[in-house]
Design a binder for this molecule. Sequence first.
Ligand code: HPA
Length: 241
Amino acid sequence: MSLAIIGGTGALDLFEVHERRSLDTVYGAPSSDLARIEIGSTPAWFLARHGQPHRIPPHRVNYRANIQALHELGVTRIVAVTAVGGIAPELVPGSLVVPDQLIDYSWGRVHSFSDDAESPLLHVEFAEPFAESARESLLRAAERARVPVVDRGCYAVTQGPRLETAAEVRKLAADGCTLVGMTAMPEAALARERAIAYATLSVVANPAAGVSAEPISIDEIHAVLDQAMGRVKQLLHALQV
Ligand code: HPA
């Protein structure tokens, strides 16, 4: 079993890097070099979803190249860090969540490996979009590291890069979503198509639009993410690979 971490906004310097590998795939280049890291003393891989330095917006990430590159490295489990806004009132800034469901509101993204006549047509099963095995490993790591996390939640995937309107967030809440971010799809579905067990650790950076009376400040988002990364790091280092 081989593990990869996909780092999101604010999650670049979580591990010491032992080697960098630049890979290309038939779908193009991944967002960043693949960095070989260690968790405990077991080798794992790290990929920066938005590039290193951070420059690729969520709707422009080559999700297929990223998942394909990890697949070619033999990765069978992915833990992806995602920054999100909190919709449910208990998901205050700084909360960590391991969601169990999602609704995809993104559009126009290349979202499947089944995209031409040569590729096999895969109708993957996706009732549970996050692999329970990968979610469990995150929850157990949180326990070991004594880092509080919220188990379960429904992740609304929006297109971005703009944040939502207050009315959009009210609709997401009415749909049953408890958090909103821009990157879990098509990442989760592509991982499923490549039979990789995928789960996400979502870091609540702000109350979603309209949830708090205060306007959302990007500086505040970065400050919250910076503050949360210590706990994210502790948790990820406690993963059993
Ligand atoms: N909405 C969507 N994505 C996000 C947010 C948000 O409020 N905060 C961080 N990523």
